[in-house]
Design a protein around this ligand. Structure first.
Ligand SMILES: C[S@@+](CC[C@H](N)C(=O)[O-])C[C@H]1O[C@@H](n2cnc3c(N)ncnc32)[C@H](O)[C@@H]1O
Length: 349
């Protein structure tokens, strides 16, 4: 009885987030049409069949999310976690931010950084207003808005998609001979994946690396309040991870690869291989690709059109299995949940 009620509460909570996300996007698009019509890019209409398929995939994701919590892979309470304070504080700023994003789109300014933003030392592929984000990844303003924007983009399922790394992660760590296990989250951003990992593996030593000091500051706010060992966050390029060879039992990487040029994807995979112990597990979560979800090609094309994602089109056709194998990984398994794809790779013993 309690289980049924909790599941119903979870479904209702997710439905609320989904409706909110759809309402926000509809209103935002209408306002853009009224205020800045020449900033709107033409998109492909999605057929009712395709929309029904997307809804079905979303429902399946939530069912899996619930089932894995029930199986004890992570606590059920995690399903209801939401950064409410941040939402109340920063959601209004999304609307404040929109006109400047539209103006940048209109003027085709996609690498737009004010003089206060320090851009020296970052790779050039990184200095982009990804998703038309004001200041790219390089300000507290951007870090404060990011999670709300991603939640809206995925109709409230961003954390549910991140949580799909937890089952293969725990499985990969079965029989690890050293405790506590060391887990690295590459491109940890604002720390959402590390937050999920901490709930599933309270005793693990957690590490996060990202290029953005502002996003790391935000991650620190989220993670430092949690019980347990403090995760170690470092500002660094994933192409040159500042760790010893064979240091980690497992590594995760969520929503990074579609924002990297092809040759950088290979370098990050090679580095992940280097820092993992023999027998270590590497899990990538990123966007679906054309090979696994050809029916969703119009949605992928729309994503590339609406958001500034200069490497996304190539990403959707990139063979990451081949890249992982080239780096030395074996037994690469893939899975798809809603709009995300997962690669689980093992470094041979
Ligand atoms: C789309 S966000 C994903 C963040 C987070 N993993 C999540 O689940 O929301 C991409 C992140 O990758 C980081 N990033 C991009 N290129 C990087 C690189 N070469 N090395 C380290 N971090 C990088 C950005 O700063 C940003 O935080």
């Amino acid at each position: 009885m309690t289980e049924t009620l909790t599941k119903l509460a979870y479904q209702t909570f997710q439905q609320g987030k989904s409706i909110f996300g759809l309402a926000h996007k509809t209103l935002g698009t209408q306002l853009q049409g009224l205020v800045a019509p020449d900033s709107r890019q033409p998109t492909e209409p999605l057929s009712p069949e395709l929309l029904a398929l997307i809804q079905q995939r979303l429902n399946q994701l939530l069912e899996t999310d619930w089932q894995e919590a029930e199986q004890g892979i992570y606590p059920v309470s995690l399903l209801f976690e939401n950064p409410w304070n941040d939402f109340l504080r920063y959601y209004p700023l999304l609307w404040v931010d929109m006109p400047q994003s539209w103006e940048r789109i209109r003027q085709k300014r996609f690498q737009d950084f004010t003089s206060e933003i320090k851009t020296a030392g970052y790779p050039s592929y990184y200095l982009q207003n990804f998703h038309h984000q004001t200041d790219g990844y390089l300000s507290d303003w951007s870090a404060n808005l990011y999670d709300i924007q991603v939640e809206i983009l995925f109709n409230g399922t961003a954390d549910a998609m991140r949580r799909r790394v937890l089952a293969p992660l725990k499985q990969g760590l079965t029989g690890a001979d050293v405790q506590p296990v060391r887990i690295l989250d590459i491109a940890c951003g604002t720390g959402r994946t590390l937050r999920q990992i901490r709930a599933a593996l309270p005793d693990a030593s957690l590490f996060g690396v990202d290029l953005s000091p502002a996003y790391l500051r935000k991650a620190n706010q989220l993670l430092s309040g949690l019980p347990g060992e403090l995760p170690q966050l470092i500002q660094a390029n994933a192409e040159e991870l500042p760790y010893l060879d064979s240091y980690f039992h497992a590594a995760t990487c969520v929503f990074l690869f579609h924002e990297l040029p092809p040759e950088v994807r290979q370098r990050v995979i090679n580095e992940s291989y280097r820092v993992l112990q023999p027998g270590g597990t590497f899990i990538i979560c990123d966007s679906i690709q054309l090979s696994d979800s050809p029916e969703l090609a119009p949605a992928m094309r729309n994503f590339a059109t609406i958001f500034h994602e200069p490497y996304y089109r190539h990403y959707t056709t990139d063979d990451l299995n081949e890249r992982l194998t080239k780096a030395g990984f074996t037994t690469v398994k893939t899975a798809v949940h809603f709009m995300s794809k997962y690669w689980v790779a093992r470094k041979p013993v």
